[in-house]
Design a protein around this ligand. Sequence first.
Ligand SMILES: [Fe+2]
Length: 436
Amino acid sequence: MGCCHPYYTPTHEGDGAFVIDASRIVFGAGCLAEAGDHARSLGMRRVGIYTDAGVRRLPYVDIVTRSLAAAGVDFAVFDAVRVEPTDASFGQAARFAAEGRFDGFVSVGGGSAMDTCKAANLYSTHPAEFLAYVNAPIGEGRAIPGPLKPHIACATTCGTGSEVTGVAVFDMVAMRLKTGISSRLLKPSMALLDPLVAASLPGTVVAASGFDALSHALEAYTALPYTRRARPANATLRPVYQGANPWSDASAVQALEAIGAHLERSVRDAKDAEARTEMMYAGTLAGIAFGGGGCHLPHAMSYAVAGQVREYRAPDYPPDRPMVPHGMAVILNAPSVYRWSAEGCPERHLHGARCLGADTRGATTADAGEVLARRIIEMMKATLFPSGLGLIGLGEADANTLAEGAFAQQRLLTNSPRPVNKDDLTRLFRGAMQYW
Ligand SMILES: [Fe+2]
């Protein structure tokens, strides 16, 4: 089980159990056209469909609506999902849900559409002040009182993993930071993954979501193991991000191997159906890994990066406003993090590098962080990614502010393989400014 952490230790003082929240996943070419049958089987009669304007112009929403109509399921489409949603855009989506009187939901899109749909489902099913369910300390972190309505998540990118997680992320605009709502009850009832949709994705989108998936898997694999997290006072209070465990390890390792072999191919050639299919499956595996094991520093830092971006506009993303795609904001931190965090569990860092395709012959555990950082940098170069935070308009002078922002993400920082303070975070941001 795993290569490094011995999970079974008879006297350990941490938690003694972990939870497997298995997802219902339908994966295969053409399965989007099955949406109607699945909606019926989940008892849906009137469905709210959530998508964004960019995805609306592609054929996928029409495939879903035709299938729903053929199955006798009524629907209304909300196509104003904001890419990188905010508290206000979640609110708007929730109002549409409340007015629509839906008995089920279908999301069609990337992480933004799926997360927005989760929020709309939550606030229309269990109405509350917006901050009630938002993670503490930014919100109240109140427990969701009961199950939501059924939600079929149709992912049109390969990597966010949102279709298998109980997390919905958004920008809290007034505070200039990203946070989320996190509960097992938010997890979609079913994920519908049709690799045919991956053929239409631009290269930058495939790269950003692929690096997001890579980081989900690596962070889950190197997270502090659940056996070293304190036992919860009540079994139901065990966090969604419970730490590395045998279930998250298995999916993380398989995801890393697939991403190491296929990311570059899938970015370079949109017609490489094999590579894009593998990436789509790997993204879901990585979602299973972090959905149960949790993320740590590259994600905690990415939320601060996204909040501080001023002018940067990524190719192939909506040009209307400055925005750094989530997967880019994550991976730019990753080499700097792993150079530092390897000390916490060097064998896992080295094994992660090997899964990604690094040549680890002759490497020792003392080299683990550097070997892993170099493999990630090699993949960033090969996919024409920016060479660090400096290239998206941030500088050394921003490191303190960025560290403040990342330090607010305590739910993620507690999962770090090494204990981390604000000064460490400042140094990690400085180390991420330019890699080559
Ligand atoms: Fe992510």
